[in-house]
Design a protein around this ligand. Sequence first.
Ligand SMILES: NC(=O)c1ccc[n+]([C@@H]2O[C@H](COP(=O)([O-])OP(=O)(O)OC[C@H]3O[C@@H](n4cnc5c(N)ncnc54)[C@H](OP(=O)(O)O)[C@@H]3O)[C@@H](O)[C@H]2O)c1
Length: 168
Amino acid sequence: MIISMIVAYGKNREIGLDNKMLWHISEDFKNFKTITSGHHILMGRKTFQSIGKPLPNRTSIVLSNSGFTFDGVHTFNDIQKAIDFAKDSGEKELFVIGGANVYESLFPYINKMYLSEVNYEGKADAHLKELDLSTWNLNEEKYYEEILDTRGDITSPSWTFKIYNKKA
Ligand SMILES: NC(=O)c1ccc[n+]([C@@H]2O[C@H](COP(=O)([O-])OP(=O)(O)OC[C@H]3O[C@@H](n4cnc5c(N)ncnc54)[C@H](OP(=O)(O)O)[C@@H]3O)[C@@H](O)[C@H]2O)c1
């Protein structure tokens, strides 16, 4: 089973503030939906609560040590048990969808990364750890322009989508 990480981060690796996302990029959301649909998605309890409900067409797995439960969600207090659950269900690609805490602890298990590098700088209380890309191959890259409103203000920042695979 491939274990993938999917994350959108700012110039200083900002990923969230007050348990919310920092920008609204509809094309990135669409991409996220397309990529993860039909798969198991693994997240921390805080990320699940920020989304608020299980995402349709996906099997939600939540990590929690505090006994968190929610209808339609599979909760585990152990990373390996969460991974085994997806594997035993026949999953071919499990997606780790955040947040900061979970990206960090799952990183050793990750063999594919879907990164959205967002042209954004601002206050954040959740950051992605610096990634050492020397052991990864860049396999895809696509640039998306910023979107402006009628007054010329940025409503959606520019971003670059990249897919990396771990070197064999
Ligand atoms: N930009 C992006 O792509 C992106 C994606 C996702 C999330 N985010 C942002 O990231 C922020 C949340 O990140 P976060 O680091 O604060 O929280 P998080 O990683 O979503 O959740 C942390 C919680 O997950 C549980 N947990 C984590 N590792 C565990 C383990 N090994 N075993 C058992 N339980 C474990 C614990 O829950 P208990 O406290 O219940 O024990 C822990 O408090 C939000 O701002 C969110 O919007 C951004």
